[in-house]
Write a protein that binds this ligand. Structure first.
Ligand SMILES: *[C@@H]1O[C@H](CO)[C@@H](O)[C@H](O)[C@H]1NC(C)=O
Ligand SMILES: *[C@@H]1O[C@H](CO)[C@@H](O)[C@H](O)[C@H]1NC(C)=O
Ligand SMILES: *[C@@H]1O[C@H](CO)[C@@H](O)[C@H](O)[C@H]1NC(C)=O
Ligand SMILES: *[C@@H]1O[C@H](CO)[C@@H](O)[C@H](O)[C@H]1NC(C)=O
Length: 278
């Protein structure tokens, strides 16, 4: 907590009882070259959870977990709204994730301080429940915006794209029902998946549409017995381009669109790796 310029590298971490690596209220964090192993049936064993942090670089990690491999967070309901520290400027690359019951990368569900500018690329997910999953709820407030994920390779997955606007859990029952989260500018491109059950389950919030979703150049191969409705969308809007199977009407095909991925570099990307002295 409250730290600056932290590097965590070249370690194997096994069987944490809860989230493994959890930087909070910190800046300029490099988490690199970790092997993280938890039994796939163990609850709450997220791999790496940057929480109200900025400038975070997560690269070259191998994670097997019973919960999300990476979960980007920023506080929970009124408490997170009050503290108001976002997680921003995060790059996640060269991750291999195995997590049959959770996400490769989750955004939320604690996101009340806001999550923005998350870039993920070169990700391999094997036998994982979902690719990138946005988890939020009425009462969270905050936002998840300017999210970019490119070059995901997926083998065996339940939901490639998943957004959940009714992620129930609250720290106490007195959350503010008027605190609606804003979900906006979500960009996914160059994903390739095999053996998938559902292409997308995208559930926004009634009266609070998740918007500016862009998905381009995505090819999804299905399981032997795929579900009939491959894209199930409510309260979302955006576009798709060159996506198979064809998306829902809420995300109509717009030929030639390439979704965005930032071309600039984050300051933390140029930080040299340090070695501990023996
Ligand atoms: C991502 O995939 C695209 C299309 O295959 C390719 O042009 C690009 O170089 C890849 N980017 C990275 C960072 O691997
Ligand atoms: C495909 O996915 C199913 C689960 O939906 C799994 O049981 C099966 O082993 C996978 N097949 C391959 C070839 O990975
Ligand atoms: C579509 O999603 C809704 C939840 O948003 C669910 O109630 C419904 O059963 C789903 N439909 C299908 C065909 O999967
Ligand atoms: C991590 O381990 C690899 C392989 O032994 C080594 O090449 C690299 O320098 C190490 N990195 C750090 C930061 O110690």
């Amino acid at each position: 907590m409250y730290s600056d310029r932290i590097q965590i590298s070249n370690l194997t971490l096994i069987d944490s009882p809860m989230w493994f690596v959890h930087p909070i209220y910190s800046n300029t964090i490099v988490v690199q070259g970790l092997t993280i192993l938890a039994p796939i049936h163990s609850p709450n064993t997220d791999g790496i959870d940057p929480d109200s942090c900025s400038n975070v670089r997560i690269e070259d990690n191998y994670i097997v977990s019973g919960d999300d491999c990476i979960a980007v967070k920023s506080g929970w309901d009124t408490y997170g709204i009050k503290v108001g520290i976002p997680t921003e400027h995060v790059v996640i690359r060269r991750l291999t994730c195995i997590s049959p019951y959770s996400a490769t990368i989750a955004l939320g569900s604690e996101m009340s301080g806001g999550i923005r500018d998350v870039r993920a690329e070169d990700i391999t997910a094997i036998n994982t429940e979902s690719g990138v999953r946005i988890k939020t709820a009425v009462g969270r407030g905050g936002y998840v915006k300017d999210i970019f994920a490119q070059n995901l390779t997926i083998n065996t997955m339940k939901y490639v794209f998943w957004m959940t606007g009714s992620y129930g859990s609250h720290p106490d029952p007195s959350f503010d029902p008027k605190a609606l989260p804003m979900i906006q500018n979500i960009n996914y491109r160059y994903w390739s998946a095999e053996n998938v059950t559902y292409s997308a389950q995208l559930d926004g919030i009634k009266g609070d549409t998740f918007r500016d979703i862009c998905i381009s150049d995505v090819s999804i191969g299905l399981t032997e017995k795929p579900k009939e409705v491959q894209w199930n969308c409510t309260d979302v809007s955006g576009v798709t381009s060159n996506v198979t199977p064809k998306a829902c009407d809420a995300l109509p095909e717009k030929e030639g669109v390439k979704c965005n991925y930032p071309t600039d570099r984050l300051p933390v990307e140029d930080l040299p790796l340090l070695k501990c002295s023996a």
